[in-house]
Design a protein around this ligand. Structure first.
Ligand code: NI
Length: 180
């Protein structure tokens, strides 16, 4: 397989790109993306059987099941990071080993409905939080120890809007390729 093809399988909607200016309408769109994610993920896996759920979305990639659980793993962490940033002064992100989380028993084998239900409730709370944040709240920062960068919460909202759509696209592209 060509390198470009692998890139496309890995990044079907491209990588996250921070706009030069985060306008109110861009931020509102990102919040809407986050609120919509549970339904979009639910729709993306609708009707898939056990074998289909056990299929990797790309060579050496996670299975569809692991991908669904990964979104829940990631967004649990994201929600916590938002709450920490809102209540502490530039807290340091606690990184986690997402690849190893995806290999733990629940991340690998649990019914997808569990993560879909979890995401539905989690994003209701996250959405309420986001919708009630002020401009000053969105300028609150997190420090990432690996990159040694600080990021404000408005950029983080963009990253998680992208992250949800990125993984939904993995599943939809797989279904397209497989004719499912
Ligand atoms: Ni991810």
């Amino acid at each position: 397989m060509q390198k470009d093809d692998i890139e496309l399988l890995k990044y079907p909607i491209g990588q996250f790109e921070k706009p030069q200016e985060i306008t109110e309408s861009i931020l509102a769109e990102w919040i809407l993306d986050i609120k919509r994610l549970p339904q979009q993920l639910t729709d993306a896996v609708e009707g898939l059987n056990k074998e289909q759920l056990a299929t990797p979305y790309r060579p050496d990639g996670w299975t569809v099941r692991q991908t669904v659980h990964h979104v829940a793993d990631s967004h649990i962490n994201a929600y916590t990071r938002f709450k920490l940033a809102l209540t502490e002064s530039i807290p340091t992100i606690r990184p986690y080993e997402e690849q190893l989380w995806a290999e733990l028993s629940d991340g690998k084998n649990a019914p997808i409905e569990w993560s879909l239900t979890l995401l539905e409730a989690l994003h209701l709370r996250w959405g309420m939080l986001l919708e009630n944040m002020t401009k000053a709240d969105f300028n609150k920062q997190l420090f990432h120890p690996a990159t040694r960068h600080t990021n404000p919460l408005n950029v983080m909202a963009g990253m998680y809007s992208w992250h949800g759509r990125h993984h939904v696209a993995h599943i939809l592209e797989l279904r397209k390729r497989m004719n499912w």
